[in-house]
Design a binder for this molecule. Structure first.
Ligand code: SAH
Length: 418
């Protein structure tokens, strides 16, 4: 196997189980005999050693500032059953917290919730890999070339270890590094149960979250098709929704809207810039609340919608703001914070006295404190008395590896606005 030798002292973070090797930490690369080129192949499994030749771990090589993502510490190669063991450990964790079934129960699936994240990258000791489960289908997303190379082994391990999963769809066209030389399709079915082969392209897939049905479009939808990370926070919206006029801004497929309707909201307005998302919201509302006449969905830009509604004197009792990541990189943080401040000011201004704002940031590069400061500035600018009721975060099936604090990304505040 190819060996990566680190510069002196650069082994420290690996010894503390941080799984990334930065390219600047590398002293030299010793290619194994089969290489004809002068560098490892992207996605190749390599062994990392300290300058004193101590084995630190094995991981995937990639061109870029993170040169190696460690899969297993302290070993020269991956153990034989590596994928099955790691997937089993991830599933066991979801089982232990009662998310996929109750421990010691015969039921292998919770009838009221068959939607969960099975693998959350570094949080499940599998850097570069996301696996989301929707009823009997798992959707795999590779963020590293190494995970792309291993996609079939991963799919086999998921089907073998997760009782509810029969099909595996692969969706990595937006997540693999675009400069990398990738062999094979970045999107498509990896495993599909036989009776589905004919109809799979046209079939409608439904998945259940806390008893609510959602149409999942992983073929064309965003991310793996749904935002599982808001499950717990949606349940909190349900608690506060009774008799309220609700605005769900950046609604995507209407997650928060359905919970608000079930919680007894008087009226729910769902807004998203994407018409495709709005079509899905309407489908989801019709499926869960066929009689509902208190929901409307509009395709519009958030900033324009809030400005025009405000001009018309419109107000709400409860607003949810769940925008896409405003900062995709560190250098975009300043602009992102300005964006958060602007949108939150507009929302706070539209909240009736005694109303509630749920506001989120899913930008990994924006930390909790900076986000809170942006919302603080928004409150001050709106000139309202504001108190924090809850500080929200990502749910348990999006775990943060304690050695990899970068895994923390979703933060939210629930504000009481007087
Ligand atoms: N709250 C959603 C997830 C939101 S993802 C849920 O619970 O599932 C962010 C959404 O913001 C996407 O659906 C995207 O289409 C939408 N969006 C992006 N830019 C926007 C804009 N300028 N105005 C309104 N919506 C926007």
């Amino acid at each position: 196997m190819t060996t990566i030798i680190l510069k002196p002292k650069k082994e420290e973070s690996l010894k503390r189980f941080h799984p990334w090797v930065f390219s600047g930490a590398i002293q030299r690369v010793v290619l194994d005999a089969r290489h004809t080129s002068d560098a490892p192949d992207e996605g190749e499994l390599v062994c990392v050693r300290s300058s004193a030749n101590e084995v630190l771990g094995t991981g995937h090589w990639q061109v870029g500032s993170i040169a190696v993502r460690i899969l297993a510490f302290g070993v020269e190669d991956l153990p034989k059953d590596f994928w099955r063991e790691r997937i089993r450990a991830a599933y066991r964790m979801r089982e232990a917290i009662g998310l996929v079934n109750y421990p010691h129960s015969e039921e292998r699936i919770q009838p009221h919730n068959d939607t969960f994240r099975l693998v959350h990258g570094e949080g499940d000791f599998l850097p570069g890999l996301i696996v989301d489960v929707y009823a009997e289908t798992a959707v795999i997303q590779a963020h590293s070339v190494g995970m792309h190379v291993c996609r079939n082994e991963i799919a086999d391990a998921v089907v073998a270890e997760v009782p509810q999963v029969q099909n595996v769809y692969y969706k990595s066209d937006d997540t693999l590094p675009f400069k990398a030389a990738i062999e094979g399709d970045k999107t498509g079915w990896l495993i599909s149960s036989r009776d589905r082969l004919e109809q799979r392209e046209s079939e409608e897939y439904w998945s259940t979250e806390n008893g609510l049905s959602f149409r999942i479009d992983w073929l064309k939808g965003q991310k793996t098709g749904f935002f599982i990370d808001q499950r717990e926070n949606r349940a909190l919206v349900e608690r506060y929704a009774r008799d309220k006029d609700v605005l769900n801004m950046f609604c995507y497929t209407g997650g928060f809207s359905l919970y608000a309707l079930r919680g007894g909201a008087r009226k729910v307005d769902s807004v998203d810039v994407s018409q495709k998302a709005i079509d899905l919201v309407n489908i989801n509302v019709a499926k869960n609340f066929p009689e509902a006449s208190n929901h409307s969905a509009v395709a519009a830009d958030a900033f324009e919608y809030l400005s025009s509604q405000k001009e018309q004197g419109k107000t709400y009792d409860l607003i949810i703001l769940d925008p896409p990541a405003f900062a995709k990189h560190r250098d975009a943080v300043k602009n992102a914070l300005r964006g958060y401040q602007r949108i939150n000011t507009k929302a706070i201004e539209m909240i009736r006295p005694g109303g509630i704002l749920f506001t989120f940031s899913c930008s990994q590069a924006v930390d909790k404190e900076s986000f809170r400061l942006a919302v603080f500035s928004a409150a001050a600018q709106a000139g309202r008395k504001v108190r924090i009721l809850h500080q929200l975060h990502q749910p348990q099936d999006h775990p943060i590896n304690i050695y990899h604090p970068e895994g923390e990304y979703l933060k939210g505040l629930v504000l009481y606005v007087e």
